[in-house]
Design a binder for this molecule. Structure first.
Ligand code: ADP
Ligand code: MG
Length: 272
């Protein structure tokens, strides 16, 4: 199949790389998201990231990772297209902003449902030695049925790729781990930190670490000090999320350990 098989409906996102469209497939009449990357305008690195995302996505198959349909390049080689599942529920960033506007915290079960699903997606990636490297609320999507889908694997990498050092500082600093600020190469535990930032934000409806500029943020992150979760939530949840935000990567649990914790297991039965 190719571009002619998809009817463009509207633009839903824009990145430095190009544009994200909502489309409808002429054959099955289902909606799909098409990411269009302008190859000529992109830097070599952006091109590599785009091809990387297409290639990686096509090898992945997990209920909590945005599923890939196909990728193709336009005849004139100007564009790379990545076709994937449309997540109607939008992203977690928007969902949390809406929640904050209500003035109410989310129920514990909702938080833990998301926690388990993001955890399962990450565990699947980590088992394949793939690091996401840009986990944040804007890259976590919801379907119509409120299933969580981790997406945007644009800068995901298989562990031990040679250029790790060169591409250490990526992603939004809000979710960036202390070791990355210190220019230590990205590792699997850096994803755990970002996951911890996401979960803390889900529970408090505020950024785990927030500051007005990069240096102030780097300082806060390097201290790793966070307040206890709101009293509505149990100590178990607070301890779990705090463990993911240990400043020292070695002190942070692996995703497998996190999901194996008794508290997480209490919420796992709804999914496995
Ligand atoms: P990038 O952050 O690299 O620009 P993303 O893959 O995160 O690219 O997509 C950019 C935006 O497009 C997202 O924030 C979201 O609003 C929208 N989007 C991307 N993929 C999907 C999807 N599968 N379903 C729904 N919306 C999506
Ligand atoms: Mg994104």
């Amino acid at each position: 199949m190719g571009l002619a098989d998809y009817i463009k409906k509207r633009e839903i996102g824009k990145g430095s790389f190009g544009v994200v469209f909502l489309t409808e497939c002429k054959h099955d009449r289902k909606r799909y998201v098409v990411k269009r990357i302008a190859l000529e305008r992109a830097t070599t690195k952006e091109q590599r990231n785009a091809f990387q995302e297409a290639k990686l996505l096509s090898t992945l198959n997990h209920p909590n990772i945005v599923s890939h349909r196909e990728s193709f390049i336009s005849k004139d080689n100007a564009f790379l297209y990545i076709v994937m599942q449309y997540c109607e529920g939008g992203d977690l960033y928007t969902r949390l902003r809406q929640q904050a506007a209500t003035g109410h915290l989310l129920p514990e079960t909702q938080i833990m449902d998301w926690f388990v699903q993001i955890g399962l997606a990450l565990q699947y990636l980590h088992d394949k030695n793939i690091m996401h490297r840009d986990l944040k609320t804007q890259n976590i999507f919801l379907t119509k049925k409120q299933v969580v889908k981790v997406g945007d694997l644009g800068i995901a990498r298989v562990l031990d790729s040679e250029d790790d050092m060169a591409t250490t500082v990526t992603g939004t600093p809000y979710y960036m781990s202390p070791e990355l600020y210190a220019r230590v190469p990205y590792n699997i535990k850096s994803d755990v930190w970002s996951f911890g930032c996401v979960m803390y934000e889900v529970a408090t409806l505020k950024k785990a670490f927030n500051a007005k500029d990069y240096n102030a943020l780097a300082f806060k992150v390097s201290k790793g000090q966070i307040q206890r979760l709101p009293s509505a939530y149990p100590d178990d949840m607070d301890t779990l999320f705090a463990s993911m935000l240990a400043v020292e990567p070695d002190d942070r649990p692996t995703v497998k350990e996190i999901l194996g914790s008794p508290y997480a297991r209490k919420h796992m039965h709804r999914f496995v």
